[in-house]
Ligand binder design. Structure first.
Ligand code: HEC
Ligand code: HEC
Length: 604
């Protein structure tokens, strides 16, 4: 009897559990949304069909010798269609994306020291703005290449499997792409039509989120995102002039809200993280939240992971003359903390009291670059430190001698052992602690960061105007990307760019500086000659003099150089200059506003 009476209870419990599991699976686990994702793919393929159709229409117009205005209108339509599926092409087919909408500059294969001819929308932009009928055949050739790429999109999306976590990750990257490259007009440097096409990128995000959302979030996060995207689009439609658009208002009031809501959406939908270490943390609601960036995305491997302990030991060694040959120099001799880790000299002074070839760069944010030194001759900070230590002019240290010194020092020995657990300190560990210290020098606490976090009074009116000019009229942000203000390309931060500005020997801009920069290591690559890494502008107010040669004494001198159009505009022969040589036409007041804004990039 006793035994029997338990049965109904057990049965009840069992059923309840089963029901619960069923309910739980249905609502909380990642759904087998193959159906939905099928429709996501269908939409991409359909958009791509429109894309190809429009390219063909443009071809017809070109063949019929239509006038420039018509051609430009059709070109804009094509770009808008691409923007709708950009999130998918950039994420799933990055190689195709490079040749559909990459810079109109040769693609460089660094390892092979070769260049590949550029193609795609940006090359076409240069051909349509302005249009030269004599170029007709070349334009048709480029349009045919674009049709080929469109075919690649079609064939790939017919066969690849995409998962919901990837689709979400791709959409999130697109939102961050808009917040950095998009607002800067990175891919429309000639026509400047990016504000007109941004609504299409946002629509692409919106319609796809709608497709992947389950009922659960339809009335919550998704609703808010749709409302926010619609309101952003309204603002964009109101002012399409890149020179007067209020970027300083648009980013915090709209774009930051959209990326924040997307994170809510992800949490509500319980979408798992894609398992790849990325520079921008998966849980960063905006570019500007504290700890948005992960320094480990820039290390040579897992065992090099950042820790406060490593940074503290690195700090000690950074200031210790033990690292130099004669115990007479430390890293801090040339990288002085009060000067944002520069030395205030045009070029650093060598051990023999002569000038080194280049200016000492700031070490703040140096951890967020894939390329160290002005010529990027080292990939990461670990490689960099051994270079400096053993450099005859800089520290002339011998790594083995230094290690012997460290291994004789009880305190250092104990500190290294505590971190790495090896009997003797090894070279890579010494490099790693120094690198870790440098990685710790990224505070992200400037007035600009505060402002972007919502404190609208953190920047002055002049600084806000300066930021608007920096992004808009002066086009600085197409190379110094928000939010790091260096050349590490958002939104996945996997690559750091070098550029050719045609810098002069000094601010008089009378003689060209012959330093080959990165070109020295790639003699067969014309586009790399005289190229230098795009440095961060964070803390730039503290690091005069400027440029790789320290030739420009003040920010005003730097601005004069840019305002005119770089070296080419001063008459230097720099065929491969990547900076536009068109004058920026900034007034004195505008230049002062930009300089004022740069001061808002000082860490506190
Ligand atoms: C004699 C002055 C001097 C000393 C001492 C010195 N540096 Fe430098 N450092 C420079 C100069 C000059 C450059 C730029 C060289 C170039 O790009 O060709 C540089 C570049 C760097 C860079 C590259 C930053 C970037 O953004 O490209 C890092 C990192 C760095 N130094 C760290 C260190 C560390 C760590 C030490 C100590 C082990 C050290 N430096 C000692 C002068 C010095
Ligand atoms: C085409 C890409 C590009 C554009 C556009 C650009 N920069 Fe630069 N910027 C660079 C590169 C590359 C360097 C380093 C050049 C060198 O040292 O030879 C640099 C250097 C600088 C420096 C000196 C940095 C230092 O540490 O010495 C400042 C300041 C600066 N840029 C500000 C600006 C401002 C302001 C604008 C907009 C008016 C701007 N840049 C536009 C690529 C660019």
């Amino acid at each position: 009897m006793n035994k029997l009476s338990k049965y109904p209870i057990l049965l009840f419990l069992y059923c309840a559990a089963a029901l619960f599991t069923l309910y739980y699976c249905k609502n909380d686990k990642q759904q087998p949304v193959s159906e939905d994702l099928g429709s996501v793919k269908t939409r991409i393929i359909k958009t791509n069909t429109d894309f190809e159709k429009q390219i063909n229409e443009l071809k017809t117009l070109v063949s019929a010798n239509s006038d420039e205005k018509l051609l430009q209108e059709k070109f804009q339509d094509i770009r808008k269609t691409y923007k709708r599926m950009e999130w998918a092409v950039e994420y799933f087919l990055p190689h195709s994306a490079r040749f559909i909408n990459g810079p109109a500059l040769p693609e460089i294969e660094m390892d092979e020291h070769t260049e590949i001819e550029p193609e795609g929308l940006q090359v076409l932009e240069e051909m349509f703005y302005p249009y030269d009928k004599g170029n007709k055949d070349e334009v048709i050739r480029m349009l045919n290449k674009l049709i080929n790429k469109s075919n690649t999109i079609a064939t790939n999306f017919q066969v690849i499997t995409i998962s919901k976590d990837q689709v979400f990750d791709a959409l999130r990257q697109e939102a961050f792409r808009i917040s950095s490259l998009g607002i800067a007009g990175f891919d429309t440097p000639v026509s400047g039509i990016f504000l007109q096409e941004m609504p299409s990128s946002l629509e692409g995000i919106k319609e796809t989120l709608e497709q992947i959302s389950t009922k659960r979030s339809k009335d919550k996060a998704l609703k808010s995102i749709i409302a926010e995207i619609n309101s952003a689009i309204k603002v964009l439609k109101k002012n399409t002039d890149k020179n007067t658009f209020d970027y300083a208002g648009f980013i915090p009031d709209h774009l930051n809200k959209i990326t924040t809501l997307m994170l809510d959406f992800k949490n509500q939908e319980k979408i798992p993280d894609v398992e790849v270490t990325t520079a921008l943390n998966k849980n960063a609601a905006t570019f500007f939240v504290k700890n948005a960036f992960n320094p480990n995305a820039f290390t040579p491997g897992k065992e090099y992971a950042f820790s406060e302990e490593k940074a503290a030991l690195g700090h000690q060694l950074f200031n210790d003359k033990i690292l130099s040959n004669n115990n007479n120099r430390s890293c801090a001799t040339c990288h002085i903390p009060e000067k944002a880790f520069t030395d205030g000299l045009a070029r650093s002074i060598s051990l023999e009291n002569s000038e080194l070839a280049r200016n000492a760069p700031s070490l703040n944010y140096a951890g967020y670059q894939h390329g160290q030194f002005w010529d990027m001759r080292k990939d990461d900070l670990e490689g960099q430190s051994s270079d400096v230590i053993s450099n005859k002019e800089e520290m002339h240290g011998d790594l083995n001698v230094i290690l012997a010194k460290i291994n004789q020092d009880k305190n250092y020995q104990a500190a290294f052992k505590k971190i790495y657990h090896s009997p003797k300190t090894e070279v890579w560990q010494l490099q790693n602690v120094l690198a870790s210290y440098i990685r710790s020098l990224s505070k992200f606490n400037s007035a600009f960061d505060e402002y972007m976090r919502g404190n609208k009074s953190a920047m002055t009116e002049s600084q806000k105007r300066g930021f608007n000019l920096f992004v808009g009229k002066a086009q600085c942000a197409i190379c110094h990307f928000v939010p790091l203000f260096n050349g590490t390309v958002p939104p996945n931060f996997k690559k750091t760019e070098q550029e050719v500005l045609g810098v002069a020997v000094n601010g008089e801009n009378k003689a060209f500086d012959n330093d080959l920069g990165r070109g020295k290591f790639h003699e067969t690559v014309p586009s790399l000659q005289h190229s230098f890494k795009t440095p961060t502008l964070r803390n730039i107010n503290k690091t005069a003099p400027y440029m790789h040669n320290g030739g420009y004494k003040t920010l005003k001198e730097v601005m004069t150089f840019y305002n005119k159009g770089g070296g080419k505009a001063f008459g230097f022969k720099v065929e491969n200059q990547t900076l536009s040589d068109a004058p920026l036409q900034l007034t004195d007041k505008e230049i002062n506003d930009i300089i004022d804004f740069l001061k808002a990039l000082d860490d506190q």
